[in-house]
Design a protein around this ligand. Structure first.
Ligand code: NAP
Length: 303
């Protein structure tokens, strides 16, 4: 006898699609005269977040390493009429970060919002992960996030002005991330850091929050990440409790809310925007397939 009702129920609709691109819950001009500093804001989710701040009147400073990424961000934001400053910066280097904030201050004054979006990531079985791979991901994702946040806060503390930090995280900060041990550990560090810094800097008017995207596919995904996604069921919507993947604007709306005057009493919090996907755990998860097998690697061989 089948465990399923017969006939099978019709497909459920899931969580409705969000309002269209270009709309907003916050009042027009919420960020008029406000400068937002965002790392990695020229690609993917960072660009999606920057765009939503631009729609609400913000000036944007994009910091990342590659000119082509900075140019892509500039084009997207200028198309919305936003003032944009781009600056080459490697967030692993505190001097490079200080120079980026100098450029930001010269362009727009000290930014009131700092979004730590830049990160590095690629899937690899832990036993194959080189010390250099581990160091690089932790250096960019955890150390870089701290260095940028520290520079932002020191400038606000010196000026006696309030500010808002948003660190882009990942849900494997809570669950672990098989195949992504370096990135998951770094993101766990970022989430924990949000909690420490929010308390340390609350007295000076600096809010520190985390924002975690769910599965939000975009055209700038690296080949590694694309390949990792391709290994799962091609029907990505059906893999989510929401019965759909997320959109960049939904992440951008959450960021613009968290840094807005309407969220002043929210600090030390990490908000997950993933349609409850990360809570989808049960005693009967899908069949266990070792990571190296999922990645098509042969048996482990120490060289
Ligand atoms: P992405 O397209 O790979 O973008 C990463 C950005 O970070 C790039 O613009 C890159 O620019 C910048 N960057 C990397 N290393 C840097 C460094 N050393 N210094 C300065 N900038 C650096 O990533 P994404 O998919 O948009 O993800 C954005 C954030 O969301 C990340 O924090 C990621 O962990 C998180 N996230 C994404 C998803 C998803 O579904 N996509 C899910 C969960 C969490 P340059 O190359 O020009 O430096």
């Amino acid at each position: 006898m089948s465990d399923h009702p017969d006939p099978l129920p019709a497909p459920v609709p899931g969580i409705p699609a969000p309002p269209p691109l270009g709309t907003h819950a916050l009042p027009a001009g919420t960020y008029d005269g406000v400068a937002v500093f965002i790392t990695g804001g020229g690609t993917g989710l960072g660009k999606g977040i920057a765009v939503e701040f631009a729609r609400l009147g913000a000036s944007l400073v994009i910091a990342s390493r590659k000119e082509e990424h900075l140019d892509a961000g500039r084009v997207a934001l200028e198309a919305l009429g936003a003032p944009v400053e781009t600056v080459v910066c490697d967030i692993r280097e505190p001097d490079s970060i200080a120079a980026a904030f100098d450029a930001a201050e010269n362009a727009f004054g000290l930014p009131s919002v700092c979004i730590n979006n830049a990160a590095a990531n690629f899937p690899v079985p832990a036993e194959d992960m080189s010390p250099n791979a581990w160091r690089t991901v932790v250096d960019i994702t955890l150390n870089g996030t701290f260095f940028v946040t520290r520079e932002f806060a020191r400038r606000h503390l010196a000026a006696g002005t309030p500010g808002s930090v948003i660190d882009i995280g990942a849900s494997y900060a809570w669950t672990g991330g098989p195949g992504f041990a370096h990135s998951a550990a770094a993101k766990a560090g970022v989430k924990n850091m949000v909690e420490s810094l929010a308390v340390e800097w609350g007295p000076y008017g600096i809010q520190v929050n985390g924002l975690v995207p769910g599965l939000i596919p975009h055209e700038d995904m690296t080949d590694d990440i694309r390949g990792n996604l391709a290994r799962a069921d091609p029907e990505k919507d059906a893999l989510q409790p929401a019965m759909r993947v997320g959109t960049r604007r939904e992440l951008g709306w959450a960021a613009t809310f968290l840094a807005s005057p309407y969220a002043r009493f929210i600090s030390g919090h990490t908000l997950v925007v993933d349609g409850a996907n990360w809570q989808r755990r049960a005693m009967t998860n899908p069949t266990v397939i070792p990571i190296r097998e999922q990645m098509g690697r042969g048996p482990f061989a120490a060289d």
